[in-house]
Ligand binder design. Structure first.
Ligand code: ASP
Ligand code: MG
Length: 256
């Protein structure tokens, strides 16, 4: 049995129909014999909308209050996703970042992960449930919620995968992986089947929006395989693998 961490970004959970579709996909992964822990972003443009609302009431909002506000976005998607999984016949348990054991430094809005102790997540997985963790957040030593900076859910997913010793961290997005150019703009762009951490770091540093730089750095540090793929298809995406690790050793690459 493999342990798979799946991360679904905002575009994959933009509305309730998308949440139901993602729930179905998680259940399919589980029913193929895997344990599944999920990291989820806020629905669609929720984070941007919350920032706009904050700016409307205070053009210089206190950083702590901003994090209290923004962590709410992921709380909505995680709980709706858990409910949808129950409605489709499996059990799930959602966790805020702090409940999932994400401990960060004190920098509100740009916190760094200090440690991840996902004991409660592991316990629920052990009961046969799907664990769902709010991305982009943790708690500082005061117990206050912190956020990791925009796009931080990718890093949450890799950090959870490392802490749980998962076999792969799947990052779901709205394109079929990493391409030679943006396939939404350049129709002849080709998918890259696998790429090294170093090449991926260069892409991230040169402004590619596929994965956050910190997420790739974290994965490289701990040799965590990443699979970037689309939540809208079952096709394999792009694998980001440590040197010497073979594609064939990564679970859940192709199915159907
Ligand atoms: N919801 C947060 C953002 O939009 C975190 C994330 O999606 O990774 O930046
Ligand atoms: Mg988002």
């Amino acid at each position: 049995m493999s342990l798979i961490v799946q991360k679904y970004g905002g575009s994959s959970v933009a509305d309730v129909d998308s949440i139901k579709r993602v729930a179905r996909r998680i259940i399919e992964t589980k029913r193929r014999g895997n344990d599944v822990a999920v990291v989820v972003s806020a629905m669609g443009d929720t984070t941007d909308d919350l920032i706009d609302q904050a700016m409307d009431v205070n053009s210089r909002p206190p950083a702590r209050e901003m994090d209290m506000l923004l962590t709410a976005g992921e709380r909505i998607s995680m709980s709706l996703l858990a409910m949808s999984i129950y409605a489709q016949g499996e059990r799930a348990h959602s966790f805020t970042g702090s409940q999932a054991g994400f401990m960060t430094d004190a920098r509100y809005g740009a916190a760094h992960i200090r440690a991840v102790k996902p004991d409660r997540v592991a316990e629920e997985l052990g009961k046969g449930k799907v664990a769902i963790v709010a991305g982009f957040q943790g708690a500082n030593s005061l117990g206050d919620d912190t956020t990791l900076g925009r796009g931080g859910s990718d890093t949450s997913a890799v950090a959870l995968a490392v802490a749980l010793e998962a076999d792969v961290c799947e990052i779901y997005t709205d394109v079929d992986g990493v391409f030679t150019a943006d396939p939404r703009i350049v129709p002849t762009a080709r998918r890259i089947p696998s790429v090294s951490y170093e090449a991926m770091l260069e892409l991230a540093a040169s402004g590619s929006k596929i994965l956050a730089l910190r997420c790739v750095e974290y994965a490289r540090r701990f040799n965590m395989p990443i699979h970037v793929r689309s939540s809208f298809s079952s096709r394999p995406g792009t694998l980001i693998l440590p040197e010497g690790v073979d594609t064939a050793s990564i679970p859940n690459v192709s199915w159907q």
